[in-house]
Design a protein around this ligand. Structure first.
Ligand code: ZN
Ligand code: ZN
Length: 353
């Protein structure tokens, strides 16, 4: 089978011929029909996140936004059969640790991420562990490309809004970054009745943000005082919620500074080499205005039924965020686009030969 392998950081992925892996006990072999190119793949390509204790293992097949079809299952797999169409959550959980048992399997203590701890989906086939848990069967109406989008960015944006922000209908929600996660958060917040203010450096992305449901947009060019502008829009008092889907000092700091007293900042983006995990925050503002800062991590398995339901009812439309269908050999050029925030929407690999 063909696979796009990371052999050296920031070098082009190498397309290699690999043996099709054999499913062990509990595993499923998935024939990949679509795999999204996520900013987290780019982080891996950059050797980022070492400050979180991630140890680089090379070579490795990247790709964690996996949509596909069950090809074969290993011993002990009870809920899946060949031919079943599935998506695969970002964290392949163990199902048995204290966080999994508490329903927070996105925080699994023994979780593994494709492309980080095991070979991923930029390949014709991928092995998924604890497959009964980590292969989520899809409704027929979900396309292969959407199955890929549901592997990471869309449910990550959904989780940030639906589970971590504490939003109520009518709230002003400032969302920083209209890339894959940001657009997903915008679409979710709008669907749940939020009034979204989208902030980005790219006017074309702001147009996508408006299509996704933002009622106000701010083009973050030199000289624009973003927090002040958000306060003006949001009743003169500030946003109820800010969501930082980028994680640079300007976005995190403006996100916190744009909140009204008692507001909540949701940190969902991950930093890059410039910040190496550290961003100073306006601490006195946090204290005196009793602001809350919460983290929002990868998508939990339990979110899928909610998302499928909202898609079926026409409230969410992940397909509208997909911009390009590409081949394995195009992935490296998408990484270069991520360098300059030049991607738009979700790029999905659909050609694997
Ligand atoms: Zn991702
Ligand atoms: Zn676990």
């Amino acid at each position: 089978m063909k696979a796009a392998r990371l052999v050296a950081f920031r070098e082009p992925l190498r397309i290699e011929d690999m043996p099709v892996p054999e499913p062990g006990p509990g595993d499923a072999l998935v024939r990949v029909t679509a795999c999204g190119v996520c900013r987290s793949d780019w982080h891996r390509w950059n050797d980022d996140l070492t400050w979180l204790g991630l140890k680089p293992q090379l070579p490795m097949t990247l790709g964690h936004e996996i949509g596909g079809v069950i090809e074969r299952v290993g011993e002990g797999v009870a809920k899946l059969a060949p031919g079943r169409r599935v998506t695969v959550p970002f964290v392949q959980s163990c199902g048995a640790c204290e966080n999994c048992i508490a329903g927070r399997d996105n925080l699994c203590l023994k979780g593994q991420v494709a492309g980080f701890a095991r070979d991923g989906g930029f390949a014709e086939y991928v092995l998924v562990r604890v497959a009964d848990l980590n292969c989520v069967p899809l409704p027929d109406a979900i396309s292969d490309e959407v199955a890929a989008a549901l592997g990471c960015r869309f449910p990550t944006g959904y989780h940030a809004i639906a589970h971590r922000s504490g939003m109520h209908a009518g709230d002003w929600i400032a969302i920083f970054g209209a890339g894959g996660v940001g657009l997903s958060a915008i679409q979710t917040a709008a669907a749940l009745g939020g009034r979204v203010i989208a902030v980005d450096i790219d006017e074309a992305k702001l147009e996508r943000a408006r299509v996704a449901g933002a009622v106000e947009t701010i083009h973050a060019v030199e000289g624009v005082r973003i927090a002040r502008r958000i306060k003006e829009i949001a009743d003169g008092r500030g946003a109820h919620i800010s969501v930082d889907a980028i994680a640079t000092a300007p976005t995190t700091q403006a996100g916190i500074a744009s909140l009204r007293p008692g507001g909540r900042h949701v940190q969902v983006g991950l930093t890059s080499q410039a910040e190496q995990g550290q961003i100073p925050i306006p601490a006195d503002l946090v204290a005196t205005n009793e602001l809350e800062i919460v983290g929002s991590g990868p998508n939990p398995h339990g979110a899928y039924d909610e998302i499928f339901d909202l898609i079926a009812r026409g409230k969410l439309d992940p397909a509208s965020l997909i911009s390009r269908r590409i081949s394995l050999s195009d992935v490296t050029s998408v990484f270069h686009d991520f360098d300059t925030f030049a991607t738009s929407g979700l790029d999905v690999v659909t050609t694997f030969t």
